[in-house]
Design a protein around this ligand. Structure first.
Ligand code: PMP
Length: 495
């Protein structure tokens, strides 16, 4: 079956290059039986720009206007954090590419912080949303589409006997923590130093602790991320070091009567990418069971990305509750809390509160359905493809950075990757090691990459995300750009 989205002039089977500037309603969409994972309609006709001389004057102008009316010029701090002298402002995207306000083209490794698992403007998502929008966007009742997507989620996620939707990762972790507190009758939450779980007060401790004030590695200081978080909240949070079983056991043994849940990113992805040590997640599971504490996996980044069942499938460890967002909606705002029936079934009137006007809105559900069906097509080859691309990029970059002055540790778990420049670090397996990465060096490297058409966040601790639509050619171009960037930096003796 071939579905065409409002197409007037172009037939769906035509293989001519797609105009990358085309508006979405001029797109042709083939929904089934594509020969590759990447639809022709989102493969750009032209190779990426090799050398950008002027970055983006329009970005500068737009940002100056933004600063006058939007605090710090953006509706989320990470969009301006370390973006000097101004952020590159995107205008449109297609597949793995994005174009800024001046028309410069980049291979995109931000991918909206990982939400765009099918890349920009994927035809299946456009088709799904377009169809739904004509039928209605929001109903304020349960819908059949909601049941359908819930079944899809449960078919993928090992711990998911029941699922409930929300809009953002922040809401999902907030709801999961409330469920854990309600069912255990305990108040405290144990989280790990360097892990990020969204923007509500309960989890904004020791997210990005600077080493000077972070305290002992084995007993990290509890530090509010920024002002405005009530001091009383800090009484509900305990901090433990990641990848350290004995420190965790010490706290659980002493405080298990107070701790409702342990929450973690099963793979650390917000302070560089740091995999769990071998068997660490298994030990985490055993200890939480032993001390009668719930285990929450925050799979907002890892979910529907490392495998169809996320990190819990990859590492074979089943939490009590898990949180999803980002990849689930392929760019639309949707999140989910999933978990064991005994806990999830406690949600309801007169039981645990759960709500939101926009929860399970039809547009986001349509996007989620299209995203999951696309990811799951071809026997899940997309997950294999993403992991292979991640490995290829990691190995290529490792080789590029094997030079004096620009040595770096490149960590990758499947399609999420991070680079830590350092002449001393041989590995980055702890949060404290990640703090030793040379941020200045990363920024200089990133600026060179930008000129060569490669976009990443300027914060070296921020992950690079590969998607289903990043191609081998993208990876090769990126490695070439990295080699040229390092050569340019070294020739200017910027080490
Ligand atoms: N958990 C993790 C692991 C995340 O990386 C993020 C966002 N980067 C969140 C939760 C919060 O998600 P959102 O931004 O959708 O609220």
């Amino acid at each position: 079956m071939s579905t065409t989205v409002d197409m007037k002039d172009v037939k769906s089977d035509e293989k001519k290059p797609v105009d990358v500037m085309a508006k979405p309603d001029q797109l042709t969409v083939t929904l089934s039986a594509p020969q590759s994972l990447i639809p022709d309609s989102i493969q750009p006709a032209e190779p990426p720009a090799v050398e950008l001389t002027v970055l983006s004057n329009r970005s500068k102008q737009i940002f100056e206007e933004a600063l006058k009316i939007i605090p710090s010029g953006a509706s989320s701090n990470m969009r301006v954090h370390l973006h000097e002298p101004y952020p590159v402002i995107f205008d449109h995207g297609r597949g793995s590419k994005v174009w800024d306000a001046d028309g410069n083209e980049y291979i995109d490794y931000l991918m909206a912080y990982g939400a765009l698992i099918l890349g920009h403007a994927h035809p299946n998502i456009i088709a799904g949303i377009t169809e739904q929008i004509k039928k209605g966007t929001l109903f304020g009742t349960t819908t059949e589409l909601e049941v359908e997507v819930a079944k899809l989620v449960c078919s993928c996620v090992p711990c998911a006997e029941m699922v409930s939707f929300a809009n953002t990762g922040t809401e999902a972790t907030m709801e999961a923590i409330r469920i854990a507190r309600a069912v255990t009758g305990k108040d405290k939450l144990l989280k790990f130093e360097g892990h990020y779980h969204g923007h509500h007060d309960y989890v904004l401790y020791s997210v990005d602790s600077p080493s000077a004030v972070a305290g002992l590695e084995s007993a990290p200081a509890k530090l509010a991320y920024f002002p405005g978080i009530p001091d009383a909240v800090s009484q509900t949070v305990l901090i433990a070091p990641w990848n350290n079983v004995s420190a965790l056991e010490r706290t659980l043994k002493k405080r298990n009567n107070e701790i409702a849940a342990v929450i973690c990113e099963p793979v650390m992805t917000n302070q560089g990418v740091i995999a769990p040590a071998p068997d660490y997640l298994k030990q985490l599971r055993e200890l939480t069971t032993k001390y009668d504490v719930l285990l929450i996996f925050d799979e907002v980044v890892t979910g529907f990305r490392l495998a169809k069942g996320g990190a819990q499938e990859l590492y074979g460890v089943i939490p009590d509750l898990a949180c999803y967002a980002k990849a689930l909606g392929g760019g639309a705002p949707i999140a989910a809390v999933a978990g064991k029936r005994e806990y999830m079934s406690q949600i309801g009137p007169g039981k645990i509160g759960y709500g939101g006007t926009y929860n399970a809105n039809a547009i986001s559900l349509a996007a989620a359905k299209a995203t999951l069906e696309t990811l799951l097509a071809h026997n899940g080859d997309s997950f294999k493809h993403m992991a292979e691309m991640g490995t290829k990029l990691r190995d290529g970059l490792k080789e590029v950075f094997n030079v004096p002055g620009y040595r770096a540790v490149v960590n990758a778990v499947g399609p999420v990757l991070s680079i830590a420049f350092s002449s001393r670090l041989k590995e980055v397996v702890t949060y404290r090691q990640s703090l030793l990465a040379d941020q200045d060096k990363f920024e200089r490297f990133r600026a060179e990459m930008l000129r060569r058409g490669i976009y990443s966040h300027p914060d070296g601790a921020e992950r690079w995300t590969l998607t289903m639509v990043h191609t081998e050619k993208d990876i090769e171009n990126t490695i070439t750009a990295a080699r040229e960037s390092i050569k340019a930096l070294r020739s200017r003796k910027e080490t």
